[in-house]
Design a binder for this molecule. Sequence first.
Ligand code: GLN
Length: 531
Amino acid sequence: MDMRFIVVTGGVLSGLGKGIVTSSLGKILQSRGYKVAPIKFDGYLNVDAGTMNPFRHGEVFVLADGTECDMDLGNYERFLGVTMNYYNNPTGGKIFKLVLDKERRGEYLGVDVQFIPHVTGEIREWVKKVGRDSKADFVLIEVGGTVGDIENSYFIEAMRQLKLEDPMKTMFVHVTLVPELKVVGEQKTKPTQQSVRALQGIGVQPDFIVCRCDEPLGKTPRKKIALFCNVPEGHVISDHDCKSIYEVPFVLEKEHFGDMVLKAFGLKAKGKDLKEWRGLVHNILNPKKEVTIGITGKYTALHDSYVSIVEALTHAGAHEETKVKLKWIETTSLKDPAKALKGIDGIIVPGGFGSRGAEGKINCIKYARENNIPFLGLCFGFQLAVVEFARNVCGMKGANSSEIDPKTRYPVIDYLPEQFEVEGLGGTMRLGAHRITLKKGSQVSKIYGGKTKIVERFRHRYECNPKYVKTLEKHGLVFSGTNSRGDIMQFLELPDHLFFIATQAHPEFQSRLERPSPPFHEFLKAASRKH
Ligand code: GLN
């Protein structure tokens, strides 16, 4: 087996951007000609992130195979262009479920099932399977949480054992915080020393220490960290603040991180570079134009809840040399859409669940439709656009989604038939990548380069009620995309509008910096024209 494992742990506090460091290192290794496979370990006992509140946990990202997962996997796909699956996001829940199911089948017969060797053994096998299946040269394993947590301790233990199998093939990278005390004007290394000691206490010596800091890491703290934490000075990497996450690969390149990692493994670079990426980052940092996009939502306080949408806009902006300014619109008590949408060049109504804020969103959609403001509806936004059109154009008073008003006279959005059969709420929505057939000559088909067959990702229980499709169409709504069978509506558009497009899908999940999502790209261009 020729693959290598790079395990990324975090110290001092959470939210240091371990995921971005891992993605950026992956990007650098790719640029050196190597194939990488990322893994994110999440210690919680939920099988997946699908049942978690995005307000607490950040966006639920959806993979092509329908896995609902942590938003870090979105960064991996965006940075590395890889398509991941269930196995790229082992969670405490998945690991224990595996072990318990095996135990019930009698596969450990005769022994008492223990954390060591059974749980840790399954984790080692899991990690190797991902590497084998993706034929990776490097498996990058980000351990969620902070060193010292109970939740990830058995996982780090498994990684310690992995290194023991072949010490030359596994490496540990520890990401920590180096705070600067403003009054003293000094970068402090003690928290790093202590978190490295915690790691050493469970048998792991980090090979590299990546220091998150405001300003580039100074000479003295670098020396100190090397000496106290038992690594060569060149293995202390400064990961100081920069303007865009997409710039981080270059911050790390300046520190020779990629070269040092390859050297430590005894490997050589194999050509290639980050030229295209560099050009796009240049555009992000030096925009020529600016647009303001409104995003409605009830989790407006946390931009993490909509991170894929924000990134999809950033990607489109990079290609258009346009800075995207965001205006979050809380719709719970929105009365006057004209006031709320003042000064915006386009509006996105994203995915959502439940009734809170829905009327405000419907009002915003009406305003955008009537005032020729570019509108992009995503999933719930698509459903509410149908509701708005039914009410205000087709005259179906009180039309609604049965998710919001189960007693509505006109349930224009209703349960997908298959949803009547599901049991439980975990992983039971219509999930993952599905084929979409686009109407020839429609705006949407043009946006996708004239294609009539595309694939996007989904996450929903409700759909446009087929019973009302004809009436809606008769009044001018064009359903320009359906599933292959033609019975689930997936795209809608209004022909005489500057840009009024909505989709039951979540195209934001497939947007990449190098390859922005077509609907987002066109939406941004329309907003730019409006501006
Ligand atoms: N709540 C809606 C549904 O389940 C929309 C879901 C979403 O926006 N992801 O169909």
